[in-house]
Design a protein around this ligand. Structure first.
Ligand code: AMP
Ligand code: MG
Length: 412
């Protein structure tokens, strides 16, 4: 048997691979204006500065009565109710020794300095009210600008927009937002064993074939990372077909992403095909799962080749491709927030590579480990709700704190 070429190349630490990759990811040229409704997940291309205070004026945070504290001598004073101010109306200045019926969100009239909630008031006949508790100045008043000051930067460029950010942008009057354009990504799978679900029923699968699962999660992951995806399907394990697919994909895409074929076996054509058209680095990254990984350039496009094993493909996407795509979009914050949690299992025989173990949080606040950590077992990624980032060669004792990256941190 031939010894695989490059088998003795030193393994590259993940942090080094990520730093190199991010260095290649310069922000895309091109911004677009999108409706604020449609901006979830997009990256802001410019700072958002508020042209107004939010809230725009002092307003009531309760249904009750607005009054001037100095008008009250003691509890149970009675004041005439001179006006009624509902949310959306403005009221008039409050005469001294009167109260205004007021509702949540309605502006505080000039002359009033507190609101007494209606539960502490007794409406009396003849439009009067008895005030049963003495308010302090400012009580139940939301101050103008307490959320946002006019002139302040509400969201800075490079912010990845999520639902709360959309609401905040809307609160300063932004009906549309300027965001970095979506990365255009061409996706294809390699492997003659691959069959598309829906095309061949399980009972008629030929020996040696499997369903293409990577194509489904990669497409979904790309969409979640803000990309416009061209799915080029399955490319046969032939050099000419691979070259042709790459050539077509290079036109009009920022990134070509493939799965499979990046090992250095005879059926792995990614390396020679990319090299025929551009340049390629085959990295053996010191992580498990996911060792083989390729980065290159094909014409003007970036190229990333993921391993074929489903869990390897999934994990390397999350650890390397997702940050790369966010950086292309100019996102400022791309590192997931990890947490320290106790292992409710033991891992006595760690790998020499840095491992990303599929685990999930349990009701006792610890982590359970999926019992099959094979890179082909995609069930582990479904059963788990995150990855334990375990340093090279480090055994884990029951109860020990480990670094856990929830999938929610890297799937949004
Ligand atoms: P490769 O990297 O092409 O050598 O593939 C490694 C393993 O992953 C093989 O067992 C392949 O059958 C499997 N594999 C490759 N691509 C896919 C895919 N798209 N879906 C499911 N399994 C795959
Ligand atoms: Mg293959």
């Amino acid at each position: 048997m031939n010894k695989p070429v490059g088998a003795r190349a030193p393994l590259k630490p993940l942090d080094e691979a990520l730093a190199e990759l991010l260095n290649f990811a310069q922000q895309l040229d091109g911004v677009e204006s999108v409706s604020t409704f449609d901006a979830d997940g997009r990256v802001l291309a410019q700072d958002l500065v508020s042209d107004l205070h939010v809230p725009p004026q002092d307003n009531s945070s309760m249904d009750g009565y607005a009054l001037c504290c100095a008008d009250l001598q003691g509890v149970d004073d009675v004041l005439p109710v001179a006006q009624r101010i509902a949310a959306g109306s403005a009221g008039v200045a409050l005469d001294s020794m009167t109260a205004a019926r007021i509702f949540t969100g309605a502006p505080i009239p000039a002359g009033a300095d507190a609101v007494v909630m209606q539960e502490d008031c007794e409406p009396l006949a003849g439009d009067r009210v008895r005030i049963r508790s003495l308010p302090s100045v400012g009580q139940w008043i939301r101050r103008a600008g307490e959320d946002i000051r006019r002139g302040s930067v509400v969201l800075s460029r490079g912010t990845r927009l999520a639902p709360a950010e959309l609401g905040l942008a809307a609160s300063i009057g932004m009906g549309s937002l300027t965001v970095v354009r979506r990365p255009r990504v061409a996706l294809f799978s390699t492997g003659d064993e691959l069959v598309m679900p829906g095309e061949v029923p399980p009972g008629q699968m030929k020996a040696g074939t499997i369903y293409n699962s990577n194509r489904f999660f990669l497409r979904a992951l790309l969409a979640r990372a803000g990309c416009a995806v061209s799915d080029l399907g399955i490319v046969p394990d032939r050099l000419d077909a691979t070259v042709q697919a790459l050539q077509e994909a290079a036109a009009g895409h920022d990134l070509i992403l493939t799965s499979g074929g990046v090992s250095v076996g005879e059926e792995d054509h990614i390396k020679p095909a990319v090299q025929a058209l551009g340049e390629l680095d085959l990295w053996q990254i010191a992580i498990k799962p996911g060792k083989p990984f390729a980065y290159g350039r094909v014409r003007g496009a970036h190229f990333v080749g993921l391993p074929g094993n489903p869990v390897s493909s999934f994990v390397t996407f999350l650890l390397l491709v997702r940050p790369f795509l966010l950086k292309l979009q100019g996102a400022e914050s791309i590192d997931p927030t990890a947490m320290a949690l106790p292992a409710h299992f033991a891992w006595p025989r760690p790998d020499r590579r840095r491992e990303f173990l599929r685990a999930r949080r349990n009701a006792a606040g610890g982590l359970d480990l999926f019992d099959n950590q094979s890179s082909g077992v995609l069930t582990s990624a479904v059963w788990g709700d995150g990855l334990i980032d375990n340093p090279p060669g480090q055994a884990i004792a029951h109860g020990e704190q480990v670094r856990f990256i929830p999938f929610s941190e890297v799937l949004a």
